[in-house]
Design a protein around this ligand. Structure first.
Ligand SMILES: Nc1ncnc2c1ncn2[C@@H]1O[C@H](COP(=O)(O)OP(=O)(O)O)[C@@H](O)[C@H]1O
Ligand SMILES: [Mg+2]
Length: 261
C-alpha cells in the first residue's frame, strides 16, 4: 500500500470523464478517479454502470464525449500509441487464439506488444508464476478452461511489464480457487508498484485487496472509500444501500434486479 506521505503522480487518471453514446445513453457522468503506483482501485457496480466504458476509454477503444483519461500523464485518446505503452489489459474474456498453444499465444501477443527480448524460459517463468500447470504449456487453448485462458492473459500482461494494468471483471466466471489465485496475483503486482484499475462484481475480494473502492451507478461514482475507511464497514450493505438509493431515484425496480442478476 502506498505511503500517504509520498505524493507521486497518478499513473491512471480520469478527469471529468463523460461519455454519451450515439443513441443518447449517458454511460459516464463526470467521472474522477486516480490510481497511483502501488495502488488497486476497484470499480464496483451493476451491469450497465459504466465500468467497461471507463476501461475502454483508457484503451482508446472508444472516445470520451468530454473530459480526459490519462495514462502516466499521457492523454489516452489524443496520443493512444504512447499512452498504451504504459498499460497492460486483461478482459473478462481473454481473446487469444484457440488453435495456438499457451506458449505460442504468449509469444505472439508479447511480440505484438513490442517486446522481443524474451526467451522461452522467460515465458515459462511467467506461466509458472500465474499458476498454469507445465503440462498445459504446449497444449492448444481450445481445450483450456476459462481460468487457464485467464492465466495466459495475465502472463502476457506481466511480460508487457507496463506500470499500469487495467482489468475488466477478471474474476467473473472463474471458480473460487482460480478467483482466489488471481486475486493473490493482482495483490503481488500491486506490491511490485503497479497501478491497477479493475472492475469487479466481487465485493468481498474488492474489499480484501483494494486500496480504493468506488461504487459506480449509472455512470456516477456514488461512493468512494479507502481501504482504511472500509475497516469495520459492511461493504455489501453499503453497496446495496447505494443501489437501493438509485432504484428510488429512477423508480425502476426491474433495473435493479437485472443489475444484480
Ligand atoms: N456501444 C454502445 N452503444 C450504446 N450504448 C452503450 C454501448 N456500450 C455500452 N453502452 C451503454 O452504456 C452503459 C454502460 O455500459 P458499460 O460501460 O458496458 O457498463 P458495465 O461495464 O458497468 O456493465 C449501459 O447503459 C450500456 O447499455
Ligand atoms: Mg462491463
Amino acid at each position: 500500500m502506498q505511503n500517504e506521505t509520498i505524493k507521486q503522480a497518478p499513473l491512471l487518471e480520469a478527469r471529468n470523464l463523460t461519455k454519451v453514446y450515439e443513441d443518447g445513453v449517458k454511460a459516464l457522468d463526470n467521472l474522477q478517479l486516480t490510481v497511483h503506483p502501488g495502488e488497486i482501485f476497484a470499480m464496483l457496480g451493476g451491469n450497465g454502470a459504466g465500468k467497461t466504458t471507463t476501461i475502454n476509454i483508457f484503451l482508446d477503444f472508444i472516445q470520451p464525449t468530454s473530459g480526459n483519461a490519462f495514462i502516466n500523464g499521457i492523454d489516452a485518446n489524443s496520443d493512444p500509441l504512447e499512452a498504451k505503452k504504459n498499460v497492460a489489459f486483461v478482459s473478462e474474456n481473454v481473446q487469444l487464439y484457440p488453435n495456438f498453444t499457451a506458449m505460442q499465444n504468449v509469444d505472439f501477443f508479447v511480440r505484438l506488444g513490442g517486446k522481443s527480448q524474451y526467451k522461452r524460459s522467460d515465458y515459462e517463468d511467467a506461466l509458472v508464476r500465474v499458476g498454469l500447470q507445465r503440462e498445459a504449456f504446449d497444449k492448444k487453448l481450445k481445450d483450456f478452461s476459462k481460468g487457464m485462458r485467464q492465466k495466459c492473459g495475465i502472463a502476457i500482461a506481466i511480460l508487457k511489464d507496463a506500470p499500469a494494468i487495467l482489468l475488466d471483471e477478471p474474476t467473473s466466471g472463474l471458480d473460487p480457487k482460480a478467483g482466489k489465485e488471481f486475486t493473490r496475483l493482482v495483490g503481488d503486482l500491486r506490491d511490485e508498484g503497479k497501478a491497477i484499475l479493475m472492475s469487479t462484481h466481487d465485493i468481498f475480494r474488492a474489499k480484501e485487496i483494494s486500496d480504493h473502492v468506488g461504487i459506480l451507478n449509472a455512470g456516477v461514482l456514488v461512493a468512494r472509500k479507502t481501504n482504511a475507511e472500509l475497516k469495520g464497514v459492511n461493504l455489501e450493505e453499503l453497496y446495496v444501500e447505494y443501489m437501493a438509493g438509485y432504484m428510488e431515484e429512477v423508480g425502476e425496480p426491474s433495473a435493479l434486479i437485472n443489475n444484480l442478476s
